[in-house]
Write a protein that binds this ligand. Sequence first.
Ligand code: NAD
Length: 381
Amino acid sequence: MNEFPRRSVSSLQTRRAFVRNLALGSAFVGSGAAGNLAAQIGEATKGGERKLGVALMGLGYYASGELGPNLLETKLCRLAGVVTGSREKGAKWSRQYGFPEKNIWNYDTLHEIAGNPDIDIVYVVTPNGLHAEHVAKVAAAGKHVICEKPMANSARDCDAMIAACRKANVKLSVGYRLHFDPNHIELDRLARERDFGLLNRMSGEFSWTFTDRAWRIEKALSGGGPLMDVGIYVIQAACRGAMGQPVAVTARELPKTNPTLFNEVEEAIEWTMEFPGGVTCEASSSYARNADRFRAEGPKGWIQFAPAYDYRGIETATSRGPMSFPVVHQQALQMDDFASCVLTGRDSPVPGSMGRDHMAIIEAIYRSAAEGGRRTEVRRG
Ligand code: NAD
Protein backbone atom coordinates (compact mmCIF):
# COMPACT_ATOMS: atom_id res chain seq x y z
CA MET A 1 0.00 0.00 0.00
CA ASN A 2 1.08 3.54 -0.52
CA GLU A 3 0.02 5.72 2.37
CA PHE A 4 1.24 8.84 0.66
CA PRO A 5 0.92 9.49 -3.04
CA ARG A 6 4.42 10.25 -4.32
CA ARG A 7 5.15 13.64 -5.85
CA SER A 8 8.20 14.99 -7.51
CA VAL A 9 10.20 17.19 -5.20
CA SER A 10 11.94 18.91 -8.08
CA SER A 11 9.44 21.74 -8.17
CA LEU A 12 10.03 22.27 -4.48
CA GLN A 13 13.76 22.29 -4.99
CA THR A 14 13.85 24.54 -8.01
CA ARG A 15 10.98 26.93 -7.65
CA ARG A 16 11.87 30.39 -6.49
CA ALA A 17 11.47 30.42 -2.80
CA PHE A 18 9.87 32.99 -0.66
CA VAL A 19 13.07 34.02 0.90
CA ARG A 20 12.60 33.69 4.54
CA ASN A 21 14.67 30.59 3.99
CA LEU A 22 17.61 31.75 6.00
CA ALA A 23 15.37 32.30 8.96
CA LEU A 24 13.73 28.98 8.27
CA GLY A 25 16.98 27.15 7.96
CA SER A 26 18.11 28.45 11.28
CA ALA A 27 14.72 27.66 12.81
CA PHE A 28 15.12 24.08 11.62
CA VAL A 29 18.69 23.63 12.77
CA GLY A 30 17.94 25.24 16.10
CA SER A 31 14.62 23.56 16.77
CA GLY A 32 14.04 21.33 19.73
CA ALA A 33 13.39 18.21 17.67
CA ALA A 34 16.06 18.14 15.02
CA GLY A 35 18.15 20.91 16.48
CA ASN A 36 21.48 20.26 18.09
CA LEU A 37 21.51 16.82 16.51
CA ALA A 38 24.66 17.65 14.58
CA ALA A 39 26.40 18.66 17.80
CA GLN A 40 25.12 15.61 19.60
CA ILE A 41 26.19 13.33 16.79
CA GLY A 42 29.67 14.82 17.02
CA GLU A 43 29.66 14.28 20.77
CA ALA A 44 28.22 10.78 20.65
CA THR A 45 30.52 9.50 17.95
CA LYS A 46 33.68 11.04 19.40
CA GLY A 47 36.37 8.42 19.70
CA GLY A 48 34.88 6.30 16.92
CA GLU A 49 32.05 4.74 18.93
CA ARG A 50 30.05 2.19 16.94
CA LYS A 51 26.70 3.06 15.43
CA LEU A 52 23.69 1.77 17.35
CA GLY A 53 22.21 -1.45 15.97
CA VAL A 54 18.55 -1.28 15.00
CA ALA A 55 16.31 -4.31 14.41
CA LEU A 56 13.19 -3.70 12.33
CA MET A 57 10.20 -5.73 13.45
CA GLY A 58 7.55 -6.30 10.76
CA LEU A 59 8.95 -6.12 7.24
CA GLY A 60 5.91 -4.77 5.43
CA TYR A 61 5.37 -1.70 3.31
CA TYR A 62 6.71 0.94 5.67
CA ALA A 63 9.77 -0.99 6.85
CA SER A 64 10.71 -2.02 3.30
CA GLY A 65 9.90 1.19 1.47
CA GLU A 66 11.03 3.76 4.01
CA LEU A 67 12.73 2.63 7.20
CA GLY A 68 15.24 0.22 5.65
CA PRO A 69 16.39 2.72 2.99
CA ASN A 70 16.41 5.54 5.55
CA LEU A 71 18.66 3.51 7.87
CA LEU A 72 21.28 3.77 5.14
CA GLU A 73 21.09 7.56 5.53
CA THR A 74 21.51 7.64 9.31
CA LYS A 75 24.69 8.76 11.06
CA LEU A 76 24.17 7.03 14.39
CA CYS A 77 22.34 3.83 13.45
CA ARG A 78 22.67 0.80 11.23
CA LEU A 79 20.29 -2.01 10.39
CA ALA A 80 21.64 -4.93 12.44
CA GLY A 81 18.75 -7.41 12.46
CA VAL A 82 15.09 -8.08 11.74
CA VAL A 83 12.08 -9.70 13.37
CA THR A 84 9.86 -11.31 10.76
CA GLY A 85 7.42 -14.17 10.31
CA SER A 86 9.29 -15.22 7.16
CA ARG A 87 12.79 -16.65 7.47
CA GLU A 88 13.18 -16.31 3.70
CA LYS A 89 12.37 -12.62 3.79
CA GLY A 90 14.77 -12.15 6.72
CA ALA A 91 17.57 -13.87 4.75
CA LYS A 92 16.95 -11.54 1.83
CA TRP A 93 17.21 -8.54 4.14
CA SER A 94 20.40 -9.93 5.70
CA ARG A 95 22.01 -10.13 2.25
CA GLN A 96 20.72 -6.74 1.20
CA TYR A 97 21.76 -4.89 4.36
CA GLY A 98 24.77 -6.99 5.34
CA PHE A 99 23.85 -8.24 8.82
CA PRO A 100 24.42 -11.85 9.94
CA GLU A 101 21.62 -14.42 9.55
CA LYS A 102 21.84 -15.13 13.29
CA ASN A 103 20.18 -11.72 13.71
CA ILE A 104 16.91 -12.87 12.16
CA TRP A 105 14.25 -13.53 14.78
CA ASN A 106 10.58 -14.40 14.50
CA TYR A 107 7.69 -13.25 16.70
CA ASP A 108 8.15 -16.29 18.97
CA THR A 109 11.92 -16.05 19.35
CA LEU A 110 11.94 -12.30 19.89
CA HIS A 111 12.94 -12.72 23.54
CA GLU A 112 16.28 -14.12 22.32
CA ILE A 113 17.28 -10.60 21.29
CA ALA A 114 18.02 -10.04 24.98
CA GLY A 115 21.74 -10.05 25.49
CA ASN A 116 22.53 -9.77 21.78
CA PRO A 117 25.09 -6.96 21.73
CA ASP A 118 24.44 -6.13 18.05
CA ILE A 119 20.97 -4.78 18.81
CA ASP A 120 20.38 -1.60 20.81
CA ILE A 121 17.00 -0.51 19.43
CA VAL A 122 14.01 -2.45 18.09
CA TYR A 123 11.67 -0.53 15.78
CA VAL A 124 8.13 -1.99 15.97
CA VAL A 125 6.43 -1.67 12.54
CA THR A 126 3.67 -4.25 12.90
CA PRO A 127 -0.12 -3.66 12.73
CA ASN A 128 -1.37 -1.20 15.37
CA GLY A 129 -3.18 -3.80 17.47
CA LEU A 130 0.08 -5.72 18.02
CA HIS A 131 2.18 -2.74 19.14
CA ALA A 132 1.36 -3.09 22.84
CA GLU A 133 2.37 -6.75 23.00
CA HIS A 134 5.45 -6.24 20.82
CA VAL A 135 6.73 -3.18 22.70
CA ALA A 136 6.31 -5.01 26.03
CA LYS A 137 8.35 -7.95 24.67
CA VAL A 138 11.09 -5.66 23.36
CA ALA A 139 11.26 -3.87 26.71
CA ALA A 140 11.46 -7.22 28.52
CA ALA A 141 14.42 -8.08 26.27
CA GLY A 142 16.11 -4.91 27.55
CA LYS A 143 16.19 -3.04 24.23
CA HIS A 144 15.20 0.56 23.53
CA VAL A 145 12.13 0.83 21.36
CA ILE A 146 10.58 2.98 18.66
CA CYS A 147 6.93 2.17 18.08
CA GLU A 148 5.08 3.13 14.93
CA LYS A 149 1.99 5.32 15.03
CA PRO A 150 -0.69 5.02 16.25
CA MET A 151 1.05 3.86 19.41
CA ALA A 152 -1.61 1.26 20.29
CA ASN A 153 -5.33 0.60 20.11
CA SER A 154 -6.11 2.33 23.42
CA ALA A 155 -4.68 4.84 25.89
CA ARG A 156 -4.72 2.07 28.49
CA ASP A 157 -2.42 -0.03 26.30
CA CYS A 158 -0.16 3.00 25.87
CA ASP A 159 0.05 3.36 29.66
CA ALA A 160 1.08 -0.29 29.95
CA MET A 161 3.74 0.17 27.24
CA ILE A 162 5.16 3.26 28.98
CA ALA A 163 5.19 1.38 32.31
CA ALA A 164 6.92 -1.65 30.75
CA CYS A 165 9.65 0.53 29.25
CA ARG A 166 10.12 2.45 32.49
CA LYS A 167 10.40 -0.81 34.45
CA ALA A 168 12.98 -2.17 32.01
CA ASN A 169 14.82 1.18 32.01
CA VAL A 170 14.66 1.47 28.23
CA LYS A 171 13.64 4.46 26.15
CA LEU A 172 10.40 4.57 24.17
CA SER A 173 9.49 6.88 21.31
CA VAL A 174 6.80 6.97 18.64
CA GLY A 175 7.46 7.05 14.88
CA TYR A 176 6.32 10.65 14.49
CA ARG A 177 8.53 11.52 11.52
CA LEU A 178 6.95 14.93 10.88
CA HIS A 179 8.52 16.27 14.05
CA PHE A 180 11.75 16.12 12.06
CA ASP A 181 10.42 17.80 8.93
CA PRO A 182 11.34 21.48 8.55
CA ASN A 183 7.90 22.46 7.23
CA HIS A 184 6.20 21.25 10.39
CA ILE A 185 9.00 22.62 12.55
CA GLU A 186 8.11 26.02 11.08
CA LEU A 187 4.57 25.49 12.38
CA ASP A 188 6.07 24.99 15.85
CA ARG A 189 8.02 28.22 15.46
CA LEU A 190 4.98 30.20 14.33
CA ALA A 191 2.95 28.80 17.22
CA ARG A 192 5.69 29.72 19.67
CA GLU A 193 6.74 33.10 18.30
CA ARG A 194 3.27 34.20 17.18
CA ASP A 195 4.26 35.93 13.93
CA PHE A 196 0.61 35.52 12.91
CA GLY A 197 -0.75 35.92 16.44
CA LEU A 198 -2.38 33.01 18.24
CA LEU A 199 -3.09 30.30 15.64
CA ASN A 200 -6.69 30.01 16.72
CA ARG A 201 -8.36 28.57 13.60
CA MET A 202 -6.99 25.36 12.19
CA SER A 203 -8.29 22.80 9.74
CA GLY A 204 -6.92 19.68 8.12
CA GLU A 205 -7.69 16.47 6.33
CA PHE A 206 -5.71 13.34 5.59
CA SER A 207 -7.58 10.81 3.48
CA TRP A 208 -6.68 8.12 0.99
CA THR A 209 -8.65 5.70 -1.07
CA PHE A 210 -8.30 2.28 0.50
CA THR A 211 -9.98 -0.73 -1.02
CA ASP A 212 -7.89 -3.71 0.18
CA ARG A 213 -9.16 -6.34 2.54
CA ALA A 214 -6.25 -6.12 4.96
CA TRP A 215 -5.50 -5.60 8.66
CA ARG A 216 -6.28 -1.88 8.32
CA ILE A 217 -10.01 -2.60 8.25
CA GLU A 218 -9.96 -5.36 10.89
CA LYS A 219 -10.78 -3.64 14.17
CA ALA A 220 -8.66 -5.88 16.41
CA LEU A 221 -5.51 -5.21 14.37
CA SER A 222 -6.14 -1.60 13.35
CA GLY A 223 -8.04 -0.19 16.32
CA GLY A 224 -10.19 1.76 13.86
CA GLY A 225 -10.33 3.13 10.35
CA PRO A 226 -8.73 6.18 8.71
CA LEU A 227 -8.71 8.16 11.97
CA MET A 228 -6.21 5.70 13.48
CA ASP A 229 -4.26 5.33 10.27
CA VAL A 230 -3.89 8.87 8.91
CA GLY A 231 -6.33 11.16 10.76
CA ILE A 232 -3.80 11.01 13.59
CA TYR A 233 -1.54 13.27 11.49
CA VAL A 234 -4.11 16.07 11.63
CA ILE A 235 -4.28 15.59 15.40
CA GLN A 236 -0.48 15.87 15.64
CA ALA A 237 -0.36 19.03 13.52
CA ALA A 238 -3.19 20.65 15.47
CA CYS A 239 -1.53 19.88 18.82
CA ARG A 240 1.64 21.49 17.49
CA GLY A 241 -0.23 24.57 16.22
CA ALA A 242 -2.00 24.88 19.57
CA MET A 243 1.08 23.87 21.57
CA GLY A 244 -1.02 21.51 23.68
CA GLN A 245 -3.85 19.06 23.95
CA PRO A 246 -7.51 19.66 23.09
CA VAL A 247 -9.83 19.77 26.06
CA ALA A 248 -12.82 18.40 24.17
CA VAL A 249 -13.94 17.07 20.79
CA THR A 250 -17.13 16.59 18.83
CA ALA A 251 -17.25 14.01 16.04
CA ARG A 252 -19.49 12.49 13.41
CA GLU A 253 -18.97 9.32 11.43
CA LEU A 254 -20.01 9.80 7.80
CA PRO A 255 -22.36 7.37 6.04
CA LYS A 256 -20.53 4.40 4.48
CA THR A 257 -20.41 4.14 0.71
CA ASN A 258 -18.97 0.61 1.01
CA PRO A 259 -20.48 -0.95 4.14
CA THR A 260 -19.40 -4.45 3.09
CA LEU A 261 -15.72 -3.53 3.11
CA PHE A 262 -15.90 -1.20 6.10
CA ASN A 263 -17.99 -3.48 8.30
CA GLU A 264 -15.68 -3.22 11.33
CA VAL A 265 -14.25 0.30 11.17
CA GLU A 266 -15.37 3.76 10.06
CA GLU A 267 -14.99 4.63 6.39
CA ALA A 268 -14.89 8.38 7.02
CA ILE A 269 -15.10 10.66 10.02
CA GLU A 270 -15.17 14.39 10.78
CA TRP A 271 -14.30 15.94 14.09
CA THR A 272 -13.66 19.26 15.80
CA MET A 273 -11.01 19.74 18.47
CA GLU A 274 -11.37 22.50 21.07
CA PHE A 275 -8.14 23.69 22.64
CA PRO A 276 -7.79 26.12 25.55
CA GLY A 277 -8.20 29.82 24.71
CA GLY A 278 -10.85 29.36 22.02
CA VAL A 279 -8.50 27.61 19.58
CA THR A 280 -10.24 25.11 17.30
CA CYS A 281 -9.37 22.63 14.57
CA GLU A 282 -11.88 21.23 12.07
CA ALA A 283 -10.61 17.87 10.82
CA SER A 284 -11.58 14.90 8.73
CA SER A 285 -10.21 11.60 7.48
CA SER A 286 -11.54 9.07 5.01
CA TYR A 287 -10.69 5.85 3.19
CA ALA A 288 -12.98 6.88 0.32
CA ARG A 289 -11.18 9.92 -1.12
CA ASN A 290 -7.75 11.51 -1.37
CA ALA A 291 -6.88 14.67 0.56
CA ASP A 292 -3.72 15.87 2.25
CA ARG A 293 -3.83 19.38 3.77
CA PHE A 294 -3.45 21.44 6.93
CA ARG A 295 -3.98 25.13 7.65
CA ALA A 296 -3.45 27.26 10.73
CA GLU A 297 -4.63 30.83 10.87
CA GLY A 298 -4.17 33.68 13.33
CA PRO A 299 -5.33 37.30 13.35
CA LYS A 300 -2.19 38.40 11.47
CA GLY A 301 -1.76 35.67 8.88
CA TRP A 302 -1.86 31.99 8.02
CA ILE A 303 0.29 29.00 7.07
CA GLN A 304 -0.87 26.03 5.09
CA PHE A 305 0.59 22.77 3.86
CA ALA A 306 -0.71 20.90 0.78
CA PRO A 307 0.39 18.17 0.57
CA ALA A 308 0.90 18.32 4.29
CA TYR A 309 2.01 14.92 5.58
CA ASP A 310 4.12 13.30 2.86
CA TYR A 311 7.54 11.77 3.24
CA ARG A 312 8.83 14.22 0.67
CA GLY A 313 7.41 17.15 -1.20
CA ILE A 314 5.39 18.95 1.47
CA GLU A 315 4.39 22.31 0.00
CA THR A 316 4.10 25.24 2.35
CA ALA A 317 2.46 28.60 1.74
CA THR A 318 1.83 31.49 4.09
CA SER A 319 -0.06 34.77 3.91
CA ARG A 320 3.36 36.30 3.22
CA GLY A 321 4.04 34.00 0.27
CA PRO A 322 5.28 30.46 -0.39
CA MET A 323 8.11 28.98 1.65
CA SER A 324 10.75 26.48 0.67
CA PHE A 325 12.64 24.20 2.99
CA PRO A 326 15.41 21.69 2.53
CA VAL A 327 14.13 18.25 1.53
CA VAL A 328 15.14 15.91 4.36
CA HIS A 329 15.06 12.20 5.09
CA GLN A 330 12.44 12.45 7.83
CA GLN A 331 12.83 8.90 9.11
CA ALA A 332 16.64 9.05 9.09
CA LEU A 333 16.52 12.22 11.20
CA GLN A 334 13.93 10.63 13.46
CA MET A 335 15.99 7.48 14.02
CA ASP A 336 19.23 9.43 14.50
CA ASP A 337 17.52 11.65 17.02
CA PHE A 338 16.35 8.61 18.99
CA ALA A 339 19.84 7.11 18.82
CA SER A 340 21.25 10.35 20.17
CA CYS A 341 18.67 10.18 23.01
CA VAL A 342 19.93 6.69 23.84
CA LEU A 343 23.56 7.79 23.66
CA THR A 344 23.17 11.00 25.64
CA GLY A 345 20.32 10.12 27.99
CA ARG A 346 18.21 13.03 26.68
CA ASP A 347 14.40 12.60 26.44
CA SER A 348 12.88 12.02 23.00
CA PRO A 349 10.85 14.93 21.61
CA VAL A 350 8.32 12.28 20.46
CA PRO A 351 7.99 10.15 23.60
CA GLY A 352 5.49 7.46 24.51
CA SER A 353 3.54 10.04 26.52
CA MET A 354 2.83 11.96 23.30
CA GLY A 355 1.59 8.79 21.59
CA ARG A 356 -0.59 8.17 24.64
CA ASP A 357 -2.01 11.73 24.58
CA HIS A 358 -2.96 11.30 20.93
CA MET A 359 -4.68 7.99 21.69
CA ALA A 360 -6.73 9.71 24.39
CA ILE A 361 -7.88 12.24 21.75
CA ILE A 362 -8.74 9.44 19.31
CA GLU A 363 -10.74 7.64 22.00
CA ALA A 364 -12.68 10.84 22.74
CA ILE A 365 -13.40 11.27 19.00
CA TYR A 366 -14.77 7.72 18.73
CA ARG A 367 -16.82 8.19 21.91
CA SER A 368 -18.30 11.42 20.58
CA ALA A 369 -19.16 9.84 17.21
CA ALA A 370 -20.77 6.85 18.95
CA GLU A 371 -22.85 9.20 21.09
CA GLY A 372 -24.30 11.20 18.21
CA GLY A 373 -21.73 13.99 18.20
CA ARG A 374 -21.92 14.82 21.91
CA ARG A 375 -19.20 17.21 23.08
CA THR A 376 -16.74 14.86 24.76
CA GLU A 377 -13.89 15.78 27.08
CA VAL A 378 -10.46 14.33 26.37
CA ARG A 379 -9.34 12.21 29.31
CA ARG A 380 -6.01 13.28 30.79
CA GLY A 381 -3.27 10.76 31.48
P1 NAD B 1 2.06 -3.80 6.30
O1 NAD B 1 0.82 -4.61 6.32
O2 NAD B 1 2.66 -3.47 5.00
O3 NAD B 1 3.19 -4.50 7.20
C1 NAD B 1 2.89 -5.07 8.45
C2 NAD B 1 3.93 -6.11 8.80
O4 NAD B 1 3.55 -6.72 10.03
C3 NAD B 1 4.05 -7.22 7.73
O5 NAD B 1 5.40 -7.54 7.53
C4 NAD B 1 3.33 -8.40 8.40
O6 NAD B 1 3.85 -9.65 7.98
C5 NAD B 1 3.63 -8.15 9.87
N1 NAD B 1 2.70 -8.81 10.76
C6 NAD B 1 3.05 -9.44 11.90
N2 NAD B 1 1.99 -9.99 12.49
C7 NAD B 1 0.93 -9.72 11.70
C8 NAD B 1 -0.45 -10.04 11.79
N3 NAD B 1 -0.96 -10.76 12.81
N4 NAD B 1 -1.27 -9.59 10.82
C9 NAD B 1 -0.79 -8.84 9.79
N5 NAD B 1 0.54 -8.52 9.66
C10 NAD B 1 1.38 -8.96 10.61
O7 NAD B 1 1.74 -2.47 7.13
P2 NAD B 1 2.55 -1.10 7.13
O8 NAD B 1 1.89 -0.17 6.19
O9 NAD B 1 4.00 -1.34 7.01
O10 NAD B 1 2.21 -0.56 8.61
C11 NAD B 1 2.85 -1.10 9.76
C12 NAD B 1 2.81 -0.03 10.86
O11 NAD B 1 3.51 1.12 10.42
C13 NAD B 1 1.42 0.44 11.24
O12 NAD B 1 1.34 0.71 12.61
C14 NAD B 1 1.25 1.74 10.45
O13 NAD B 1 0.36 2.66 11.04
C15 NAD B 1 2.67 2.26 10.49
N6 NAD B 1 2.98 3.14 9.33
C16 NAD B 1 3.55 4.33 9.59
C17 NAD B 1 3.87 5.18 8.54
C18 NAD B 1 4.52 6.49 8.83
O14 NAD B 1 4.62 7.31 7.92
N7 NAD B 1 4.99 6.73 10.05
C19 NAD B 1 3.59 4.79 7.24
C20 NAD B 1 3.02 3.55 6.99
C21 NAD B 1 2.72 2.72 8.07
